[in-house]
Design a protein around this ligand. Structure first.
Ligand SMILES: Cc1cc2nc3c(=O)[nH]c(=O)nc-3n(C[C@H](O)[C@H](O)[C@H](O)COP(=O)(O)OP(=O)(O)OC[C@H]3O[C@@H](n4cnc5c(N)ncnc54)[C@H](O)[C@@H]3O)c2cc1C
Ligand code: FES
Length: 270
């Protein structure tokens, strides 16, 4: 898949959380095909401490409007600088990077659906914190194909739930918060919807302990599951080996073989 490098213009920067910004970027040229789960590497200008580009998930792509959406959680110098971008700023971006989520029909064992049509199968998309970022574009693509996505989103508190209004446009939403300020109290894997409904496939992105717990649930219930890993990265092109993940087929770079993996490829204890 071809990679591109271009200067994108910041069209909007909306502070949606104490330390999370929602950026809409535009490009004068056509946007190439980009798939849900892929990411970009952004150069951080005027930040001597941030020599390397920073990997950020593709939150949404609107090819008609030439827009790319990103969610940036400011946790260090690089993301603080990106989150503080001003309208009109130019961001130098390499895109699209990495592999992408599989659609149910691409899997070795597509779900068996009694009603007949594959798109009657029920996808569950589980996100935690800023890990919800790649799930919006995935949910959009699934909905466009006729699936009805269910989102299960977790956060520490109500203020930490991100982009709920955007997810609500695409499917059913269930929420957990650790303090009980919204939805059910606790972690996503404790939500009652996992007992009351049957899902045919699961996609997840968020903190590793959450993804491991989701993978365990999927395994126990014999449900296909893909996870999007956010290992620390440097080069983003498979050269420095700092993003290596152990898999059933050996050590592999998450930046080139991932970030999306089927749980059966991982050596997690699940
Ligand atoms: C494929 C991929 C997709 C990502 N998508 C997003 C996204 O959509 N939105 C977003 O806000 N962030 C995302 N991240 C995480 C983001 O890249 C890091 O937070 C960022 O690189 C940190 O850079 P910094 O200069 O701000 O912080 P640094 O000063 O480099 O680090 C600050 C602290 O964060 C830790 N850290 C650095 N990288 C990571 C990481 N990958 N995971 C966890 N902790 C890290 C460091 O160890 C350090 O403690 C993604 C990462 C990957 C690999
Ligand atoms: S980030 Fe350098 S090999 Fe993956």
């Amino acid at each position: 898949m071809n990679k591109y490098i271009a200067d994108w213009t910041v069209k909007e920067n909306i502070r949606i959380h104490r330390d999370c910004s929602f950026l809409k970027l535009t490009l004068d040229d056509e946007i190439p095909e980009i798939f849900p789960g892929q990411f970009v590497q952004i150069k951080v200008e005027d930040s001597p401490a941030t020599f390397l580009r920073r990997p950020i998930s593709i939150h949404f792509v609107d090819r008609e409007k030439h827009e790319l959406w990103l969610l940036i959680q400011a946790i260090g110098d690089g993301t603080r600088k990106l989150a503080a971008s001003k309208v009109g700023d130019r961001l130098n971006i390499i895109y699209p990077l990495g592999n992408y989520f599989s659609l149910p029909e691409d899997w070795d064992n597509p779900p068996i659906v009694t009603e007949g049509a594959l798109n009657e199968a029920k996808p569950l998309l589980v996100g935690g914190g800023v890990g919800v970022a790649p799930l919006l574009y995935l949910g959009y693509q699934l909905a466009a194909l006729g699936y009805k996505p269910t989102f299960l989103l977790g956060a520490k508190s109500i203020a930490d739930l991100l982009q709920i209004a955007e997810f609500e446009k695409l499917g059913d939403i269930y929420v957990t918060t650790e303090d009980g300020s919204a939805g059910e109290k606790g972690f996503v894997t404790g939500h009652s919807v996992l007992q009351s409904e049957k899902f045919d496939f699961i996609y997840t992105c968020g903190p590793k302990p959450m993804m491991v717990a989701v993978a365990k649930y999927a395994k126990q219930n014999n449900i296909e599951c893909e996870v999007s890993l956010e290992n620390k990265m440097a080069c983003g092109i498979g050269a420095c080996l700092c993003c290596v993940e152990k898999t059933t087929y050996g050590n592999t770079c998450v930046c080139t073989s991932g970030p999306v993996f089927n749980i059966n490829q991982l050596t997690w204890q699940i």
